[in-house]
Design a binder for this molecule. Structure first.
Ligand SMILES: [Zn+2]
Length: 415
């Protein structure tokens, strides 16, 4: 099939040449995405770069990654389009202008990119039917990762409906047609196109029979069945741009969907819930967890209020080890500090988190905390009036409290 395509390409070649147009590299991929082995003549070299009279190497564009392959057996690592044609990065090529060479594009990579690109048209087309004013911001079709960025978050329910309609269309084996339209053609209004991103007067249009039509200069498969299967497995915020919907095609899509399904089954087992109830169970647990946190915070605050008190002349030191969150202790320490008091607090956890805060300028919390922690095990830092740290695992928080109070006492009695 690939070679039949090439013969058709050769027959059409002269018809497609515009008189007077300076074409430095004939673009085989534009006529036949399936032709990956070809003979070419080297037109020029530029260090590790080589340009040819014709090439099947896609230089990338329209969101689709460039091809890789070989020129006379040497690896082509990059391909790029320049004003004077298409150039191939081929380190150590040893070629000269005029050399007639055999070239090959990595078919596995190219074919996956073609499937991914066609799947992207279908996925966005399906999403667009469900959310009519949805806009496409960017696409990225790489060998491993593929995504489409849309202008807003789309629920998993919508994504799964869109993916289901794409897979149905894949099973129906729709034909993919390529044609070209004049940039001024009024019909272009009915076609999804980012005309500001497309150069030239001729616009390539890709139609997936009855399913989607869009302007695109990339490479696509001829029939949807070739894609095999599509699965969207990740949604990530892209900041101001919107949301990236990542997807996979073929075997990688089947593998990802199976792994995620078994992940869900394991989660439902761990949550002791039926798979069909797993969403509801997770939502309930989350709400219970939030309520528990609120209660825990209240209990922690009440406990800390009962902190020990020690006086060095008129200065009050509040201290203790508490089964409370470090944020609760920090809140109490800030409060005592503003009243001119000193706080020496630790969490009843292993490892323990500790705080030293002072409303008395004579006490350097950062220095004392660092000294005490280095003797009882741990590290910390902060400011002169508020320092916090973490003890080593197994170190006793009571020892920290005792030594820190004694160090504070030394400062206040000496000065
Ligand atoms: Zn495309």
């Amino acid at each position: 099939m690939r070679h039949i395509g090439f013969i058709a390409y050769l027959l059409n070649l002269t018809a497609n040449l515009e008189p007077g147009k300076d074409i430095m590299t004939e673009e085989i991929f534009a006529h036949d995405g399936y032709l990956t082995e070809f003979e070419a003549v080297v037109s020029a070299t530029d260090g590790d770069w080589v340009s040819l009279d014709c090439t099947a190497f896609y230089p990338g564009g329209g969101g689709q990654a460039h091809d890789t392959g070989a020129l006379r057996g040497k690896r082509v690592e990059m391909v790029e389009r320049r004003k004077d044609g298409i150039w191939h990065l081929c380190p150590g090529h040893g070629l000269e202008a005029g050399d007639k060479i055999w070239c090959s594009v990595d078919w596995d990579r190219r074919y996956e990119l073609m499937k991914g690109h066609t799947a992207e048209h279908m996925l966005f087309g399906a999403l667009n039917r469900l959310v009519p004013d949805l806009s496409i911001v960017k696409i990225d079709i790489e060998y491993g990762d593929k995504y489409v960025i849309v202008d807003r978050d789309v629920s998993w329910d919508i994504v799964s409906d869109a993916v289901a309609s794409v897979n149905k269309a894949i099973d129906e084996n729709l034909s993919v047609f390529k044609s070209s339209m004049d940039r001024d053609d009024p019909e272009l209004e009915h076609i999804r196109a980012k005309l500001d991103r497309i150069e030239g007067s001729e616009i390539s249009v890709v139609e997936i029979d009855g399913f989607d039509i869009a302007a695109c200069g990339g490479l696509h498969v001829m029939e949807t069945e070739e894609i095999g299967f599509v699965f969207a497995d990740r949604k990530v915020s892209s900041g101001k741009e919107g949301y990236a919907i990542h997807f996979k095609v073929g075997e990688a899509a089947k593998k990802a969907s199976s792994e995620l399904a078994y992940g869900c089954l394991k989660t439902s087992e761990a949550l002791n819930s039926k798979p069909s109830d797993v969403e509801k169970t997770a939502a309930n647990l989350r709400s219970e967890l939030n309520e528990t946190r609120i209660l825990l915070k209240k209990a922690g605050r009440a406990l800390v209020e009962g902190a020990g008190e020690k006086r060095f002349s008129d200065i009050i030191v509040r201290y203790g080890v508490f089964p409370a969150e470090i944020d609760t202790l920090a809140e109490a320490a800030e409060n005592w500090k503003t009243k001119g008091q000193i706080a020496v607090l630790a969490t009843e956890t292993d490892p323990s988190s500790v705080i030293l805060a002072s409303g008395d300028a004579r006490v350097d919390c950062k220095k004392i905390l660092a000294n005490v922690l280095s003797s009882v095990g741990g590290r910390g830092g902060g400011k002169k009036d508020f320092a916090r740290g973490g003890m080593s695992k197994g170190a006793d928080p009571a020892a920290f409290i005792e030594k820190a109070i004694s160090a504070v006492g030394n400062v206040l009695s000496i000065l």
